[in-house]
Design a protein around this ligand. Sequence first.
Ligand code: 5RP
Length: 214
Amino acid sequence: MIYIAPSILSADFAALGEEVKRVDKAGADYIHIDVMDGTFVPNITLGSPVVEKLRPHSEKVFDVHLMVEHPETQIDAFAKAGADIITFHAEAAKHAHRIVQQIHAHGLKAGLALNPGTSVSEADALLDELDMVLIMTVNPGFGGQKFIPSTVRKIQQLRDMMNERKLDFDIEVDGGINPSTAKEVIAAGANVLVAGSAVFGSDNLAAAITSLRG
Ligand SMILES: O=C(CO)[C@H](O)[C@H](O)COP(=O)(O)O
């Protein structure tokens, strides 16, 4: 099963509630919410009060991607705001295992994100606990970037680790995903595809989502 998670980073920020409804109706499985703090990444996007206001607009899975320093300071607020999955970056976490526990204590799914320059070995010790690993296929911070081909090998490595250890977690990819790169990452073992510009840049959201499923 392939899940499509449109990133509202590419939506109209002046009409976010309507955009969430629109992409929900178009067949999105998850609503991917990019949280950027201006420090871990150069951009600043939105915080938990915005997620709380968006929550009544859709019953789809709210997939919150924290691109922030000190993620442990944000988790309780995003859980209360209505997140279903919270993903934090390995590069921003001093006590990653404790952060996974903190997310699970809210009854939510926990994801670990890895930048293109971070090896999958950074996730190894946590794989038994994680619900999802997010392989960034661009450097985080901006929508509309070009897919980085060397990240495909990391997806394969992670899928092999999962199979060898008989584990079960989702492999999400994020950045530069379009119908062509979608095929590549699905073949490598990804099952959750984040797409911003490929969905919101299309006149027909439903067709764009369908074409990503392959
Ligand atoms: O996390 C992100 C950037 O840090 C975005 O979710 C990602 O870049 C999606 O945008 P696009 O599909 O346009 O590349």
